[in-house]
Design a protein around this ligand. Structure first.
Ligand code: PAF
Length: 264
């Protein structure tokens, strides 16, 4: 496994890869959900590039950019174990050499609802860095977790609208045995908060918006932001939509989860 932090090193490592190349983009603090993305990438391509970059552009004022967990040593051990070929670990000045970019990708209407309404500018920041990392890593296929369903929809839309030459694939959410969706932010939860957080997956399992909202309203320690049924590609409200999405604050930690209704 080659670990690189500069653009020219990445370009040289990328040129050395043979066959189809897959990319998995992460912000580090890796867990088994990321490991599953890397394993899926191995199955989808001959070579796997992983990026580890906490992207300042997608954090709003007052969000957790400064305290976002940074665990590079453990991340590299996991990536070695699961078969990454190249790991790109740039600093912000490598990704944004001229400072915060003046020209950015706009997520459009999808960037303004649900997660986008709670986190203004978040999806523009995500799409801008994903677009840049696609150009820098030049993959044939890019894999993203279903857990961040709105991000996934935005990336699919960007790739279509801007004719980016990459095949985007979704990888199902990995859960703890008790249902909690894996997230780098779970490590912020106290034991009691973790128990409260289980209400999110329980609410989704009801497969009914009203019943899910009632369950979460009755859960002490959970402050519901939204639980809605939407179309998974546009994220517009849709009573017949194929996806239920939920976001809630548990203590000081904001958690999201979702359920694709086509799944069992
Ligand atoms: O899902 C994430 O970890 C991030 O939003 C991503 C896609 C790596 C962009 O910074």
């Amino acid at each position: 496994m080659i670990v690189v932090a500069k653009r020219d090193e990445l370009a040289a490592a990328r040129d050395g890869l043979s066959g189809r190349v897959a990319v998995v983009m992460t912000m580090g603090a890796l867990h088994e959900g990321h490991a599953e993305l890397v394993r899926a990438a191995r199955r989808a391509a001959d070579s796997v590039v992983v990026t580890v970059f906490v992207n300042p552009l997608q954090f709003g004022a007052g969000e957790d950019l400064d305290r976002y967990p940074r665990t590079l040593e453990a991340d590299l051990a996991l990536l070695e174990r699961d078969g990454a070929d190249v790991v790109f670990t740039p600093t912000p000045d490598v990704v944004y050499p001229d400072g915060p970019p003046l020209v950015r990708v706009s997520a459009g209407p999808l960037g303004e609802v649900l997660e986008g309404a709670s986190r203004p500018g978040h999806f523009d920041g995500v799409l801008t860095v994903v677009c840049k990392l696609l150009h820098l890593t030049r993959p044939d296929v890019a894999l993203f977790g279903q857990k961040d369903a709105q991000q996934l929809a935005g990336i699919r839309r960007m790739v279509r609208d801007l004719d980016l030459p990459v095949d985007v694939r979704a990888v199902p959410t990995v859960r703890e045995p008790d249902g909690l969706a894996l997230s780098s932010r779970n490590r912020y939860l106290s034991e009691g908060e973790r128990t409260s957080a289980l209400a999110l997956s329980r609410a989704l399992a009801l497969r009914d918006v009203e019943a899910g909202r009632a369950l979460l309203a009755a859960e002490p320690g959970v402050e519901l932001d939204y639980l809605d049924r939407v179309d998974s590609s546009t994220f517009t409200d849709d009573p017949d939509g194929d996806l239920i999405v939920v976001a809630a604050r548990v203590g000081t930690t904001r958690l999201i989860d979702n359920l694709l209704l086509a799944e069992g």
